[in-house]
Design a protein. Structure first.
Length: 337
C-alpha cells in the first residue's frame, strides 16, 4: 500500500527528529525511515547512558534523555516511523514527486526527501574470529542497551579506546570485569585511563595483555575465549564478550542515488542545505560544506533552514510568513501550549 506525506526523512536520530519539529511548525507532514529498531540514532544506540555536554541550555544530558525530549517535542505533529528498514531506492513519479521504497517493500510518496542519516549505517568492527556470528546477541555484544544483564556476570571487554575504558569503569560496579588490549597504552581520555588503572590496582578490574584468537562454546551457556600473549595461547571463561573496536560507516544505497558526494559525504549549499538534486536535502553528519562542524547543534541549525526551503516545494502557491514560537498564537495551538 502506498503512503503519502510531504517529506520523507531518512534517519531518526536527533537531527532527523528535530527536522520533524521544524517542518511541523510550517504545516509540513513527515515520515521517518531508520534501520534501527527505535528512534534516537547513535545517541540511543551507542551511548544512551553517556552524558552530552554541548546541547544548549542543558548542562548535561544523556543520549537517551535527549532522544526522549525530542520525541516528546514532535508529538504534536504525529510523525510516522518506519523502523527496522532502510531506504533502498528513490525514483521520480509522473507528477514530479519522489517515490521512496524501503528494504521491506514499503512505498512512500513525498514532495521532498531529507537525508539525516548521520554518516551512514553504523557497522561494528568485529574481531577477526571465524564463526563469531553464532554468539552475537547471546554472549557477544557490540553495544550496550541494558547494562543490568551483566549484573554479577563475568565480562571480558576488548579494546583500548573510549568505549572500552568507559564501559570497563562503569560495569566494574556491577560485574566481574576483565579488560583485554594488545598493549598497556590506551587511546581513551586520560581520566578514564586513570580510573581504570586505579580499579586494576584495587583488583576490581583484571587487565589482560593479549589478542583474541578464538571463541568456543562451553556446557553452561558461557564461552571460552582463547588469546595470545608472548607467543603463548591462554584461555579465559566468561559469560559475555564485549568487543569495542569502534564502528565503520557504510553509506549504503545512498551512494547509488546520483548525489554529489565527497569522501562519502553529501555536498550541500549552506543557504538551504539542498543537495545537487532539487528537493533532496541533507542535514547532520551526512553532509559536508566549508566550515562544517559535526555537532548535534549544527544539525539543528541545518534542519531549521532546510524546513524553510521545503515549504516552497510543499506549498508553491503560498507565502511563508515567519513566526516565533514565543509569540505566535497559531504556533501555540499547534504545539498545544
Amino acid at each position: 500500500m502506498l503512503e503519502k506525506t510531504d517529506v520523507v526523512i531518512i534517519g531518526a536520530g536527533p537531527v532527523g527528529l528535530f527536522a520533524v519539529f521544524e517542518l511541523g511548525l510550517l504545516n509540513i507532514s513527515a515520515q521517518l525511515v531508520d534501520n534501527l529498531d527505535k528512534p534516537g540514532g547513535q545517541c540511543a544506540e551507542l551511548y544512551p547512558d553517556k552524558p552530552i555536554y554541548d546541547i544548549p541550555s542543558r548542562v548535561t544530558i544523556s543520549g537517551q534523555e535527549l532522544t526522549d525530549d525530542l520525541l516528546k517535542q514532535v508529538e504534536p505533529f504525529n510523525p510516522v516511523y518506519h523502523l527496522n528498514q532502510q531506504v533502498e531506492s528513490i525514483s521520480k513519479t509522473e507528477n514530479g514527486e519522489w517515490l521512496v521504497e524501503t528494504s521491506i517493500k514499503k512505498k512512500i510518496q513525498a514532495k521532498c526527501i531529507v537525508i539525516a542519516a548521520g554518516a551512514g549505517s553504523f557497522v561494528p568492527r568485529k574481531p577477526p574470529i571465524e564463526g563469531i556470528e553464532k554468539f552475537e546477541n547471546q554472549n557477544v555484544f557490540y553495544s550496550i542497551r541494558n547494562k543490568s544483564i551483566f549484573q554479577e556476570k563475568r565480562v571480558l571487554i576488548l579494546g583500548g579506546g573510549d568505549s572500552a575504558l568507559d564501559w570497563t569503569n562503569e560495569l566494574s560496579k556491577i560485574a566481574i570485569i576483565s579488560l583485554m588490549h594488545r598493549r598497556k597504552e590506551f587511546r581513551a581520555a586520560p581520566d578514564s585511563v586513570s580510573t581504570m588503572l586505579e580499579l586494576e590496582k584495587q583488583r576490581k578490574v583484571n587487565f589482560i595483555l593479549g589478542q583474541i584468537k578464538n571463541i568456543e562454546e562451553t556446557t553452561n551457556n558461557s564461552i571460552r575465549v582463547s588469546y595470545e600473549n608472548e607467543n603463548k595461547i591462554h584461555d579465559i571463561e566468561v559469560d559475555f564478550l564485549l568487543p569495542f573496536f569502534g564502528l565503520k560507516m557504510e553509506l549504503g544505497p545512498i551512494a547509488r542515488w546520483g548525489l554529489n558526494l565527497n569522501n562519502n559525504l553529501i555536498k550541500v549549499d549552506t543557504e538551504k542545505f539542498e543537495t545537487s538534486e532539487p528537493s533532496i536535502f541533507a542535514i547532520g553528519d551526512i553532509n559536508t560544506y566549508p566550515g562544517k562542524l559535526k555537532l548535534i547543534l549544527s544539525g539543528f541549525h541545518e534542519a531549521a533552514l532546510m524546513a524553510q526551503e521545503c515549504f516552497k516545494y510543499c506549498y508553491p502557491d503560498k507565502k511563508n510568513v515567519f513566526r516565533y514560537t514565543t509569540s505566535s498564537k497559531e504556533l501555540h495551538k499547534k504545539l498545544k501550549v
